[in-house]
Design a protein around this ligand. Structure first.
Ligand code: C5P
Length: 403
């Protein structure tokens, strides 16, 4: 199971004997690639020590709502925003009651109120407590509000009883957590994504390139994988590790990127061009290192590179094709004209004159332009944005292909 790569999971632990299993759960989540931060209620610390969980999660454990030191590190609102998913395991009857009533009387309930991430609970309690009508009412209220319940399982309990109320095993909880990210929007579809810069050599040691980090393209590739797609990530030189469960093809030049893009294109359903392709390359690559001469001015002769996304979009049986437009002014107008000129189905426009977003930054804000609509996606992390973009692309792809 690899589906939690780079996912940020906030694990809440409440007071119950099953809290000892949260140590193994933390290990399982991390083994699946997640980053884990832990919040414990005071009762949970009676069952397992914060130190154990700190060591296993690799992060300090959050214990109190009004703790000046912790707030200075990562405040509770920041923590609520940080989470891609909140998992509370074990979730005690008392915690479920407080959450169902919208209380914010400790750090964990406050985080649940403040977060926009999905919340999942793994109830764990005595079978009679689980069957009690108050708990059942709370469970129903929570489910109605969109909170997911993982379990509980049925079986032997710590107190000697037998029945429903056992916390699911850590391996099952990690699997269920991972499944929350698999939206299935692109199940069975093949998606090609170009990412990063290209590098156009001048001689054996020099090249022309740009500052693209590849972060947006890599985030899109991960989101497409999560949505169930088969992904080929065609990447220029970047400092990013290959995401799991996809095929990565590393290239250097625009011509290599074009060749990798056309390779197997018949099977491609959606093509996303997020690469910052060099518009020009040197007409010739010197075989030996170019020597410094006496002249003050040196002229370079450049030739236009092929337009990869336009080439793809002009194939007879073209995939649903998405381009990017990085502009410094008149962003939407330029994006619209690019949409038409390159025969694209959708273009993602961003204003690169804003220094806090775009190139090399972890955040971005874009406007998605298609023939039918113009949709603004406000500033957020490139990972969140990638999820939103993949959802939009999947919707419009389905509309276009009538599926
Ligand atoms: O024309 P411009 O470079 O502004 O267009 C940007 C879009 O076109 C991006 O999606 C980029 O990946 C793609 N592109 C390309 N091949 C080129 C130049 C741009 O695929 N040679």
């Amino acid at each position: 199971m690899q589906r939690l790569t780079n996912r940020q999971i906030l694990l809440g632990i409440t007071g119950g004997i099953a809290a000892y299993k949260s140590a193994e759960l933390t290990r399982q989540l991390r083994a699946a690639g997640a980053e884990v931060r832990i919040v414990m209620t005071p009762a949970a610390t009676e069952f397992i020590t914060p130190l154990t969980l700190q060591a296993l999660s690799g992060n300090p454990v959050h214990l109190h709502l009004l703790d000046a030191e912790a707030e200075a590190g990562m405040g509770h609102i920041e923590l609520a925003k940080w989470a891609d998913l909140v998992l509370i395991a074990p979730a005690s009857a008392d915690f479920m009651a407080r959450l169902a009533n919208g209380q914010g009387n400790d750090l964990l309930t406050t985080l649940c109120l403040a977060t926009e991430a999905p919340i999942c609970l793994a109830p764990a309690m005595n079978q009679a407590m689980w069957r009690d009508s108050a708990t059942q009412l709370n469970a129903a209220k929570l489910t109605e509000r969109g909170v997911k319940l993982f379990g509980p399982g049925v079986g032997e309990q710590a107190c000697g009883d037998n029945g429903p109320g056992r916390m699911l095993e850590p391996v099952e909880l990690a699997q269920l957590t991972a499944e929350q990210f698999d939206t299935g929007l692109l199940t069975g579809k093949t998606v090609y994504i170009t990412a990063g810069p290209t590098r156009e050599p001048l001689d054996p040691v020099r090249y022309i390139s740009n500052h693209s980090s590849g972060k947006m393209g890599y985030a899109l590739a991960e989101s497409a994988v999560d949505a169930g797609a088969r992904v080929k990530l065609i990447s220029g030189p970047v400092n990013l590790a290959a995401p799991a469960r996809l095929q990565r093809v590393m290239v250097q030049t625009a011509e290599e990127m074009l060749a990798a893009s056309l390779d197997g294109l018949d099977d491609c359903d959606i093509f996303i061009a997020s690469a910052a392709v060099a518009d020009y390359r040197p007409t010739a690559v010197a075989e030996q290192k170019i020597k410094k001469g006496a002249e003050e001015i040196m002229e370079l002769h450049l030739v236009k590179n092929p337009d990869i996304v336009a080439t793809v979009a002009n194939q007879a049986d073209k995939p649903f094709t998405v381009g990017f437009a990085a502009e410094t002014r008149d962003v939407i107008e330029y994006a619209r004209s690019k949409l038409d000129r390159k025969n694209l189905d959708m273009i993602v426009a961003n204003d690169v004159s804003r220094s806090e977003i775009g190139f090399n930054s972890d955040e971005n804000a874009v406007t998605v332009v298609s023939r039918q609509a113009e949709i603004e996606l406000p500033q957020t992390s490139k990972r969140q944005l990638a999820g939103q973009l993949i959802r939009l692309i999947a919707e419009q792809y389905r509309q276009r292909s009538g599926r």
